[in-house]
Design a protein around this ligand. Structure first.
Ligand code: GLA
Length: 389
């Protein structure tokens, strides 16, 4: 692919500057869903598919951007003399623009423009964070081209801030963190309140991670996501009448049970219950993985899905059907939805001997029940965003 990208780049941009190449992965979350903005723990990892980019400085004040995934959008050109703002007709380039604005707002002097070409192989709209991937790709490009010295965690925070403020999606920090900080064959246990983290090797012995895409359009995902955030915030405010806590992530399930009556609204109670129990499950799951107890890890994945289905209510027919079909198969240790929900993907741990039958049977059963065709990827866990040599 690099050759095709290079060919396209030179055709579009005729540069005489050094062309440098970069990569930022997609991510999959193993457990700890809808806990990040509740100050809890998450356990995601970076994938080996992601966003590739070629970039070169220019001598003038222009920035030119092109994506091989959206040829119909063509080259988008912007000028550095004008303030950067979100523009609908700028389509996908609003993501790199948002990150660029973060650099400028932090006082980085950008006096020369650049040309950039992207190509991504993350399935689009599948909830594997193609947007955070392009944000972090941009962040590492800008760091390299303008020789800035932001820490990796700064780049992660700037990317999340761009998504929150420039794009207007109020996501937590999980996706950008996993993509910025990912490490080959490791998942990251991240405390989203303190941003303390530790890497945990993913040793699955004779099994693999399988991602299954529902291929369901994620309608209403953003509005439902914001609704869940407000429900949790309301529950927290009710609890704070008696408890000195900053976030739901500080509560153990026992503390929650003895104070849940403080939460006025029954629905808010269920949402908070998920956030608290999911956080505890995540910490337990990481311990089980360390001990090599994959059966218990898998069971906790299933419990996570049940809680997301019944208490958090972010799964839906397609995700539930995929998980149910998966759990009927031989050699499946665990399965759950991953990401925001309302469509998108599931992640399962499947014994290698059963992989082929899994893909065939789950795909068939899913198609019969939903009329949709699922796609399956055996996932490899890769590194975070970086310049390629
Ligand atoms: C989306 C958001 C993340 C996180 C997950 C749910 O992926 O971008 O910040 O909240 O949903 O766990």
């Amino acid at each position: 692919m690099r050759e095709q990208m290079m060919e396209q780049f030179t055709k579009l941009f005729h540069t005489s500057h050094d062309i440098r190449s970069f990569f930022a992965p997609g991510r999959v979350n193993l457990i700890g869903e809808h806990t990040d903005y509740n100050g809890g723990h998450v356990f995601p990892c970076a994938l080996t598919f992601g966003t590739y980019a070629l970039a070169a400085l220019r001598n003038d004040q222009t920035i030119q951007m092109y994506s091989m995934n959206f040829p119909e959008v063509g080259v988008i050109s912007i000028s550095l003399d004008k303030p950067l703002s979100y523009e609908k007709e700028h389509d996908w380039t609003n993501y790199p623009k948002g990150v660029l604005k973060e650099f400028i707002d932090k006082g980085v002097e950008i006096s020369q423009g650049f040309d950039v070409l992207f190509y991504g192989n993350i399935p689009n709209g599948a909830g594997l964070s193609s947007s955070a991937s392009i944000e972090l790709a941009t962040a590492v490009i800008l760091q390299a081209l303008y020789e800035t010295s932001f820490s990796r965690v700064d780049l992660v925070k700037m990317s999340q801030h761009a998504e929150n403020e420039f794009i207007g999606v109020s996501c937590g920090i999980m996706d950008q963190f996993a993509i910025g900080m990912g490490k080959e064959n490791h998942a990251i246990l991240l405390d989203c309140q303190s941003l303390n983290y530790q890497y945990s090797p993913i040793v699955l012995k004779d099994a693999s991670l399988v991602i299954a895409n529902t291929n369901k359009r994620r309608t209403l995902a953003d509005s439902k996501y914001n609704e869940r955030r407000s429900e949790c915030e309301r529950a927290l405010r009710d609890l704070q009448k008696e408890l000195q806590i900053q976030s739901l992530g500080e509560l153990t399930p026992e503390q929650f049970e003895s104070h849940r009556h403080l939460i006025q609204n029954k629905i808010d109670q269920k949402r908070a219950k998920h956030a608290v129990y999911e956080n505890a499950r995540t910490l337990e799951a990481v311990e089980k993985l360390k001990e090599g107890d994959l059966a218990s890890f898998g069971q906790l994945m299933c419990d996570s899905h049940t809680s997301l289905r019944d208490d958090y209510e972010v799964t839906g027919f397609e995700l539930d059907t995929l998980v149910e079909a998966a759990m009927k198969q031989e050699g499946v240790l665990g399965s759950r939805m991953t990401g925001a929900g309302f469509g998108g993907c599931t992640v399962s741990i499947v014994k290698n001997d059963n992989l082929e039958a899994f893909i065939e049977e789950v795909g068939k059963s899913y198609h019969e029940k939903t009329g949709l065709k699922a796609e399956f990827y055996v996932a490899n866990v890769g590194d975070g965003a970086k310049e390629l040599s």
